[in-house]
Each structure stands twice: as structure tokens, then as C-alpha cells.
Design a protein around this ligand. Structure first.
Ligand code: HEM
Length: 258
């Protein structure tokens, strides 16, 4: 039983002072859009969220996230299912900033049917939903072994991943003292080297794409993280100064009192 501890993605947003790296978030969005969004929804996100302060496409020049030209262009690249208000017929139209991200499947039944019975979970808050957060997603995506350990029986439509939770004992014919860590997942390794071309020229290895998409999911799961950390540091600075003042006035008030 058990699973491997996630490897650290060495993320810029780790720790109490860490902030998101905008270039990394842009790359991560591209990986999500070109690869993951074929199967995974992000129901809580709208295109304009991408243009909020701290977000992947935040532009200080834009009057608002809805008027951000990158956001508008990204939305327009996506087809949205809608209803023609005149005829009542279903239509497809290019997205606008206010649109939610379209889901790849109309419902869980259709999603399961397309994925061998397993429903790809919504990724909106995935780094909060799994222990290990961004490190876990990074490790999972980049951690599929080329071949599963010899002696492990892997059923059709299942893939072995040492970072996935599970218990491999019933599937293991090797030494019972050395049951492989990890579990089965119904997601085939989604990334291959060179799959997504990064506009900033960053090397598109599986490792890099996995890191970048994990960072992007971490941002989506908690878009206010940077703001909150900065507020927290301000509060701590205030408390430190206030403590000093309190102590100084205490010394003054009690001066000469035996
Ligand atoms: C599960 C991420 C691409 C199908 C998952 C999970 C994550 C994830 C975090 C949850 C694992 C867990 O339960 O702990 C991603 C990312 C992708 C990606 C970041 C893009 C790089 C895809 C694609 C497909 C897919 C392209 C379909 C072809 C699934 C399915 C599951 C799943 C079916 C459920 C597996 C199970 O419950 O056994 N994915 N995924 N994913 N994903 Fe993906």
C-alpha cells in the first residue's frame, strides 16, 4: 500500500512570500487549453478571470479584465454552445470575456462513456482537493513509469502511477514485502515531450509542461493567494511596530515606579 510523496515542483508561489510567475501561468493555461480541456472542465473559471490582477493574462494597461485584449482573443478562439435568441435554435458562437470555460462533455454520463467509465474530475480547485496540491499534480503528470513494474497486473483502461493513491497488493505477484507504491488511474499519460509549443521558447519537456499546468491549476484554485500573503505580511509588520510602541509606552509609564 501507500503512495510516493510528491516531488517538489520548486514553485515560485511556495512559502509565505511566494507569488505566481505570470509567464509560467500563461504556459500552464496553454497546456490546459490544448491538452487537459479535451477531458477536464474548469467550471468555476470564466475567461475574464484570466485577466484579473495576479492572473495569467493580467494587463495593467487594460481598463478591466473584460477589456483585456489577451482575454478577448483567448475567449474568441473558443466555441461556446448557446441558444439563438430569435429562433430558439442551438448555435455555436465565439466566446466573450464573460463566458465560463466550456465543458468538454454535457454531463457526467457522457464523460464516463468517453473515458472507459471514469469521469475526469473538474480541475477548478484541484490543488485544494488533493493532498500535496501543485506538487501532487506535477508529480502525477510527470510520474508515469515507461512500463509498470514487472509482476503488476494492470487491467485494460487502467494505468499505473506511483503517486496515485491505491493498494497494489491484489494485483502484485512479486515479493509481498515489496508491493509497489501507488495506484491505478483511468487517465492515460496525457503529456508527451514536445506536445505544446510555448510562445516564450521554454523547453516543452513533459517535466516542464507538468510543472506549468500544475502552477496554473494552483492559481485557479486560489487566485487571491498572492494578495492574501501580501495582506498578511502587512498585518505582521503593523503588529511588530505596534508591539514596539506598546513596549516603549509601558517603559515610560512605569518609569521610576518601584
Ligand atoms: C484524472 C489532471 C488530461 C482523463 C485526473 C486527475 C488530475 C488530472 C489531477 C485526478 C487524479 C486523482 O484522482 O488524484 C489532468 C491534467 C491534464 C489531464 C492537468 C492535462 C495535462 C487528461 C486527458 C484526459 C484525462 C487529456 C482524457 C483523454 C482523466 C480521467 C481521470 C483523470 C478519466 C479520472 C481517473 C480516475 O478516476 O481513475 N486528471 N488531466 N485527463 N483524468 Fe486527467
Amino acid at each position: 500500500g501507500g503512495k510516493l510523496e510528491p516531488r517538489s515542483g520548486g514553485f515560485s508561489f511556495d512559502g509565505p512570500l511566494g507569488t505566481f510567475d505570470q509567464a509560467q501561468l500563461q504556459r500552464g493555461y496553454k497546456v490546459y487549453r490544448e491538452v487537459c480541456s479535451a477531458c477536464h472542465s474548469m467550471n468555476l473559471l470564466s475567461f475574464r478571470t484570466l485577466g484579473e490582477r495576479g492572473g495569467p493574462f493580467y494587463d495593467p494597461e487594460a481598463a478591466s479584465p473584460a477589456e483585456n485584449r489577451f482575454v478577448r482573443a483567448l475567449a474568441a478562439e473558443t466555441q461556446i454552445a448557446d441558444i439563438d435568441t430569435e429562433t430558439g435554435d442551438p448555435i455555436m458562437r465565439p466566446g466573450i470575456a464573460a463566458d465560463k470555460f466550456p465543458a468538454p462533455f454535457p454531463n457526467a454520463t457522457a464523460a464516463a462513456a468517453a473515458n472507459g467509465g471514469a469521469v475526469p474530475p473538474d480541475l477548478s480547485v484541484m490543488t485544494k482537493a488533493r493532498e500535496g496540491g501543485a506538487d501532487y499534480i506535477y508529480s502525477l503528470l510527470s510520474g508515469y513509469p515507461e512500463t509498470p513494474p514487472a509482476g503488476l497486473k494492470v487491467n485494460d483502461g487502467q494505468y499505473y502511477n506511483p503517486y496515485m493513491s491505491g493498494d497494489m497488493t491484489p494485483f502484485w505477484s512479486g515479493d509481498p514485502e515489496h508491493v509497489p507504491a501507488g495506484g491505478f488511474i483511468a487517465m492515460a499519460p496525457p503529456l508527451v515531450d514536445g506536445q505544446v509549443t510555448f510562445d516564450d521558447g521554454t523547453a516543452n519537456t513533459v517535466d516542464q509542461m507538468a510543472k506549468d499546468v500544475a502552477a496554473y491549476v494552483a492559481w485557479a484554485s486560489d487566485p487571491r493567494a498572492t494578495e492574501r500573503k501580501q495582506t498578511g505580511m502587512g498585518v505582521l509588520a503593523f503588529l511588530a511596530i505596534f508591539a514596539g510602541l506598546t513596549y516603549a509606552s509601558y517603559r515610560k509609564i512605569w518609569k521610576g515606579v518601584a
